[in-house]
Design a binder for this molecule. Structure first.
Ligand code: SAM
Length: 268
């Protein structure tokens, strides 16, 4: 991927072109489902106090996770770099505590949140240094004992590694990459990153095993079809999640995921 200067305008425009191409993409519905399952498996029904979500693209472009998080949290706050994304998400979720902000420099006090959910927000930066500063920022705003549920594009998947090596403009023209994707991590790299920033990893998972290069064009063709067709497609995509139990899971997963805790005292 070539390095790009990603201002807020870039993400405003990304949302606009997403709607020009038609909303209701089954791929996004499936992404929401997988992340909701992770939240259910790792957080369960326990009450979580204050929660923060680190981008609002899912809520703007589809249903997203905020409404589900609000069922068990006292308050859900969320940020996004793009004013257009925040505005669209706010229209769909009236009363949400949403602000335009940069995840690398959050407008919250230290030790504010009990839970942070960051699904594929931190893999859109051109440099690893930005990833590290974002995770340190998430550590700062979490309370001791607070948890971070994070997913990243999985760089151990050879297809994603190849995508990373190819020019973004070319892949974007083919419709294989809808928006800029930046540096990311392998599953082992994610654990190292979390530990380097002071977190203790409690769970890891490898999710989204449906082959994207095949599924995305099918999703595009079936966009707007009947709910039965959509359900069948989602069931088919879900069937690939069986690969998440295989020893090869880190090679086939699109996302690497972790649940990490901020310890009561920062380890040396
Ligand atoms: C296109 S999305 C992908 C994330 C989405 N959760 C998903 O799983 O598909 C990237 C989102 O992150 C937001 N974003 C990019 N850089 C950001 C930053 N530095 N701080 C906060 N949000 C950022 C963008 O505005 C955009 O809404």
């Amino acid at each position: 991927m070539t390095e790009r200067n990603l201002g807020t305008d870039y993400w405003d425009q990304t949302l606009a072109s997403f709607f020009e191409n038609g909303s209701g993409d089954p791929w996004r519905v499936f992404c929401d489902q997988l992340h909701l399952r992770l939240i259910a498996d790792w957080i369960g029904d326990s009450k979580v106090g204050l929660a923060l979500k680190t981008d609002l693209f899912d809520e703007s472009a589809g249903t997203g996770l905020v409404a589900a998080l609000a069922l068990n949290a006292r308050e859900v706050h969320a940020i996004d770099f793009s004013c257009a994304v925040v505005a669209q998400a706010a229209t769909k979720n009236p009363g949400g505590h949403f602000v335009t902000a940069d995840v690398r420099c959050l407008p919250y006090e230290d030790n504010s949140f009990d839970l942070v959910v960051s699904n594929s927000t931190l893999d859109h930066f051109p440099s690893n240094a930005d990833i590290v500063s974002s995770v340190e920022e998430l550590y700062r705003v979490l309370k001791p004992g607070g948890r971070l549920l994070v997913t990243f594009d999985n760089m151990a998947n050879p297809i994603l590694a190849l995508r990373h090596a190819l020019p973004f403009a070319f892949l974007n023209r083919l419709g294989l990459v809808p928006y800029y994707v930046g540096e990311s991590v392998t599953p082992a790299g994610l654990q190292r990153l979390l530990s380097q920033c002071g977190f203790k990893t409690e769970h890891t998972a490898a999710i989204m095993h449906a082959p994207r290069t095949m599924v995305v064009p099918v999703c595009h063709i079936l966009r707007g079809r009947s709910p039965q067709v959509l359900r069948r497609l989602l069931r088919l995509m879900a069937a690939f999640e069986l690969f998440g139990r295989w020893p090869t899971r880190n090679l086939t997963a699109y996302y690497t995921a972790a649940l990490a805790i901020k310890p009561q005292t920062r380890p040396e």
